[in-house]
Design a protein around this ligand. Structure first.
Ligand SMILES: [Zn+2]
Length: 550
């Protein structure tokens, strides 16, 4: 969720003509737009907005912008959230400087960024740069900063100094301030306005921070301690995902060393056709027939991955899945699929904002459509004729067929993103598929996967009765440990591995009903029923591919 905040004069004509319509275009329903009266000065108005933002635990960024600033970047959201992803970035702007010697940041030693002003393009260099302060035309503030700092309304109530001072507060806590290439048009009056007010503010800034500014930035001890605590909470949360990955890696190497997981063909079968080894981690099943602790799901004792046995009879290549399982409701519920697609794209763009995107199993094409509209050239592969035809109506680059067919047609195209939304659990030989993807993905590309989480509390409680078990179609049931393991075997390194609840996709009403039932029954809530992974190509293929069958 992004909160947009704007301070306006009593007559808010400029906001209604410039900033407002642009915000309306890029905001999504969960965002919050706060327009505050600026008659007591911009600092007081912004502090009221900060007070409000602090009440929103879901807020990922607070964007404060002038009413004469028009955001024209259709990829604004992804670029912004991507640039605030690193936990030590406190604030982001579009134009600014490092090593300032006065309030006039544009006279600083190092200047970066670009903005279209009414008088023409101001450009100091594109790209992403660390600076000490950015211009207040737009300040995008991370939660770690706005929960700790407010604007100094006593010293800098009006138009000069409030922005530079706020940046200095953020920098003084050891956080980074960055310039990010966002396309904006600043429909401003030229010049500094009131010269005396500027000089007064400059004097106050020097008194507060000393002549050398950044070199002498210090925060009061009490604030620093409080701030460090909050920062470490944020960092801890970010590390939790990495911890899961580390565990999967550690397990994998210890299994390799102890000889448990010697490279074996993971498609190997018992005489009756039952799996002989775990498809995800390669561990042999302990007994024949394999332990059946959950009806038709055989669970690996090492990584917890479930294997449907006997195998599902329905093939993904046919239309059965679409006609029988999803039926007519597939197209009737298109709003829902679009909503899910937007959520997924927003997440993918934190890791890769634009480029060529390939979706395997694109279904009726909603995700491709959303990706195409938001910075990607998208391509889709769909085995079902019926679904592929529907997808082709939305999007021309949809191929009905297999990955091999697609490679034949688009030789040499190396996608920057390969996405598999609820596809891997349908694939009988996922390791081979992932190894193929490892070869065709761009060297810096990201692989994005979402599957049901068989390690969730609901799955553990319900076994094969679990809503996402779907034994007619799902061949495998993944856990964080298993998925981490198979990706490593295929030559990927896992960037993020996140169990999460379906809350992001469900309606408030249905979510409330499920929660109430769970609480009444004493079930663990919420159940983290889904699993998302972002992986990249391992630097050293020899290392990442250690578990490959030869
Ligand atoms: Zn396993």
């Amino acid at each position: 969720m992004i909160i947009f905040g704007c301070c306006v004069p009593t007559a808010r004509v400029r906001y209604d003509q410039v900033a407002g319509p642009a915000i309306d275009k890029i905001a999504v329903p969960d965002d919050l737009i706060l327009v505050e009266d600026g008659s007591e000065g911009i600092a007081i108005a912004y502090n009221r907005i900060i007070d409000r933002a602090r009440l929103e635990p879901e807020c990922q960024a607070l964007v404060l912008l002038h009413d004469d600033l028009e955001i024209v970047d259709s990829n604004f959201r992804a670029k912004l959230l991507g640039s605030l992803r690193e936990t030590d970035v406190g604030l982001v702007g579009v134009i600014g400087g490092a090593r300032l010697s006065s309030l006039a940041w544009w006279e600083a030693r190092d200047r970066f960024g670009a903005a279209f002003e009414s008088r023409g393009l101001i450009e100091f260099g594109r790209g992403y740069h660390d600076v000490d302060a950015v211009d207040g035309m737009m300040l995008a503030i991370a939660p770690v900063a706005f929960t700790n700092f407010v604007f100094d309304s006593a010293r800098f109530p009006a138009f000069h100094g409030y922005d530079i001072d706020y940046c200095f507060q953020v920098r003084s806590a050891g956080l980074r301030v960055r310039v990010v290439p966002l396309s904006l048009v600043h429909r401003t009056k030229t010049g500094l306005g009131d010269r005396k007010a500027f000089l007064d503010a400059n004097q106050l800034l020097t008194e507060k921070w000393g002549g050398n500014y950044i070199q002498s930035l210090k925060l009061p001890e009490r604030l620093r301690r409080r701030f460090q605590k909050k920062l470490s909470t944020g960092v801890r949360r970010a590390r939790r995902g990495r911890e899961l990955v580390r565990k999967a890696t550690a397990y994998r190497s210890s299994a390799m060393n102890s000889g448990i997981a010697t490279p074996v063909d993971r498609t190997t079968r018992q005489p009756d056709g039952a799996p002989r080894v775990c498809v995800a981690c390669g561990s042999p099943f302990q007994s024949t027939p394999p332990p059946s602790n959950s009806g038709r799901i055989l669970t690996c004792l090492t990584c917890g991955t479930g294997h449907t046995w006997p195998l599902p009879t329905r093939q993904v290549e046919g239309d059965g899945l679409w006609m029988e399982s999803y039926g007519n409701s597939r197209l009737r519920m298109r709003d829902q699929w679009y909503r899910e697609a937007r959520q997924r794209l927003e997440w993918v763009q934190l890791y890769q904002p634009e480029g060529d995107l390939l979706e395997l199993g694109c279904g009726t094409g909603e995700f491709l459509d959303v990706a195409q509209q938001n910075g990607f050239d998208s391509y889709g592969i769909e085995p079902s004729h019926w679904a592929a035809q529907e997808a082709q109506k939305l999007h021309p680059n949809v191929l009905q067929g297999s990955l091999e067919d697609w490679l034949e047609q688009f030789k040499g195209l190396r996608p920057d993103v390969i996405a598999l939304w609820h596809v891997l659990e349908h694939v009988p030989d996922p390791l081979t598929l992932l190894q193929q993807l490892r070869i065709i993905i761009a060297p810096t590309g990201v692989l994005a996967i979402e599957v049901p989480n068989y390690a969730s509390s609901e799955a553990r409680r319900l076994g094969e009765q679990w809503g996402s078990a779907q034994l007619a179609d799902h061949v495998h049931h993944y856990t964080p440990k298993g998925l981490g393991s198979i990706l490593l075997s295929a030559g990927f390194v896992v960037d993020a591995l996140i169990p999460f609840s379906g809350r992001v996709y469900g309606s408030t009403g249905s979510w409330r009903r499920q929660r109430n039932t769970a609480l009444l029954q004493g079930w663990q809530w919420p159940s983290l029923d889904l699993l998302r992974v972002v992986a990249r190509v391992a630097d050293d293929p020899g290392n990442g591919g250690a578990g490959l069958p030869q």
